[in-house]
Design a binder for this molecule. Structure first.
Ligand code: F0G
Length: 465
């Protein structure tokens, strides 16, 4: 019999099955109108019980595996020297290759410690785009963040495959202008959150390593979403197709001197983080400082059971099957929206879909908060909760007191890991298409309450007439 030459389509599917479910509450449009008004048109101020599909963040919202839950039962809740700490330390050393580990309650705990240790007033910290908490800790320590990401990252339609790359000329200019002694480290994020979950290439990272080495400058890696970045390298960069995600993750880390990690994302836990560092002096200071801000250096603000779940989560997070399905789901939603003509940041990022609010609502000026407005409208339409990533998140310039006016005015639909199904993705897409059809009727917002720090979390708004 002749062999068939027909090739059939082979879909990816979730590499797990469901053992327990959490029931969702449905609300009416009238109820949601009331709820968002009471929340000051800020999706952070909604109660989660009033949310149908929660895409506020991928942070701390993952579904843990049965193995992780089993690990929770192995919690060694000793104040000092918990067995789970040693398991976590060994896992970080094995999978990421860093020498010393300081556990922290979450990413910003690690950011606080490393900023306090390395930054002196007047210092400059170049980075591939800011992240809200990271930049704030740098500023609180007396430093100034300088953006050295490639220009393509600020352009939502540019299809550059590595929009997380550093512009080497910009970095060279910053070093020339301020001098290497004013730069305690370059902050390199993998899967750049504020650019839309865009990766940095290995080639670019290696070039940054070469340049910083020449000037004796460290690289501190924000490795919150390192496995997602590694998957894009595997898919897009020459020479990596046959490497595993785990191998690529370890190679990325090898070009950096230390890392801050919010384990609430890639590492599949609901709480936790760490600071990792290769220099012994910094480790010593950090293990002293962690006692002041987080907890003893063998728990850093976490319960033993949380450290155990994290150790298991790290292992699961670098599995190719896991990452293929994770990114596959995000891409499924992204392609549906692109097909419907909805303006989104492209290429589709790793942890979510980012709607381009400037294009979605071109009649609303940035000072009337188009992305904040759009997030509120989507909630009213369907109970889907998203988040503003635009002028509200960008905050104010600490010198002039004026808003920062970011190029990117985005609404982030962040997909929690292993939580929602493809049918949920369909419902989300249909709701956004509906809001898009009626976009001309949407009016902007006015800010009526503005907190001093990280204002996007708690700011309140009212509707413009
Ligand atoms: N770095 C990046 C790139 C992040 O995305 C986050 C958190 C942090 C650091 C801080 O970590 O929350 O554990 O203290 N991002 C969340 C988000 C809040 O929704 O994007 P944390």
């Amino acid at each position: 019999m002749a062999k068939s030459t027909k090739t059939t389509k082979r879909s990816w599917a979730e590499p797990y099955k469901i053992k327990m479910v959490e029931l969702l509450k449905m609300t009416t449009r009238e109820e949601r109108e009331k709820m968002i008004r009471e929340a000051g048109y800020n999706t952070f101020l909604l109660r989660s019980k009033d949310v149908y599909i929660d895409l506020l963040t991928d942070s701390g919202t993952s579904a843990m595996s049965d193995q992780q839950w089993a690990g929770m039962m192995l919690g060694d809740e000793a104040y000092a020297g918990s067995e789970n700490f040693y398991h976590l330390e060994e896992t970080i050393q094995n999978y990421y290759g860093y020498k010393y580990v300081i556990p922290c309650h979450q990413g910003r705990g690690a950011e606080n410690i490393i900023s306090k240790i390395l930054i002196k007033p007047g210092d400059i910290i170049p980075g591939n785009m800011y992240f809200t908490t990271t930049r704030l800790h740098q500023e609180l320590a007396g430093g100034t963040f300088v953006d050295v990401i490639v220009d393509e990252a600020h352009d939502p339609v540019n299809l550059h495959p590595f929009k997380g790359n550093v512009d080497l000329q910009k970095l060279t200019d910053v070093i020339k202008r301020y001098g290497a002694e004013k730069i305690p480290y370059v902050c390199i994020a993998t899967s750049v959150n504020m650019a839309g979950g865009q990766p940095i290439s290995m080639e670019n990272l290696k070039a940054v390593r070469k340049l910083t080495k020449k000037h004796g400058i460290r690289i501190i890696h924000d490795m919150t979403r390192v496995a997602e970045n590694a998957w894009f390298i595997k898919m897009r960069e020459k020479g990596y197709a046959n490497k595993t995600t785990a191998q690529i993750v370890k190679e990325i880390c090898s070009y950096t001197d230390g890392a801050t990690m919010s384990a609430k994302k890639d590492a599949l836990v609901n709480i936790g983080g760490f600071l990792a560092i290769n220099e012994h002096d910094i480790y010593e200071e950090a293990s002293n400082m962690v006692v002041v801000y987080e907890g003893l250096h063998t728990y850093g603000g976490m319960a033993g059971r949380d450290m155990e779940a994290m150790a298991i989560g790290i292992k699961e997070s670098v599995s190719d099957n896991h990452i293929r399905a994770r990114i596959g789901q995000v891409e499924y939603l992204g392609h549906k929206l692109i097909d419907a003509g909805v303006p989104i940041v492209q290429p589709i990022g790793g942890h979510g879909i980012f709607l381009d609010a400037k294009k979605f609502l071109p009649h609303i000026p940035q000072t009337a908060f188009p992305a904040q407005t759009l997030a509120a409208e989507i909630y009213v339409d369907s109970g889907v909760r998203s988040m503003e990533r635009g002028i509200v998140s960008a905050g104010r310039n600490k010198v002039t007191g004026d808003h920062y006016y970011p190029e990117l005015e985005l609404v982030r639909l962040t997909i929690p890991r292993r939580v929602y199904t493809q049918a949920h993705m369909d419902v989300i897409s249909e709701s956004i298409e509906e809001v898009f059809l009626n976009r001309k009727k949407i009016k902007g917002l006015k800010m009526i309450y503005e907190p001093k720090y990280l204002r996007f979390f708690q700011a309140k708004f009212t509707k413009l007439k």
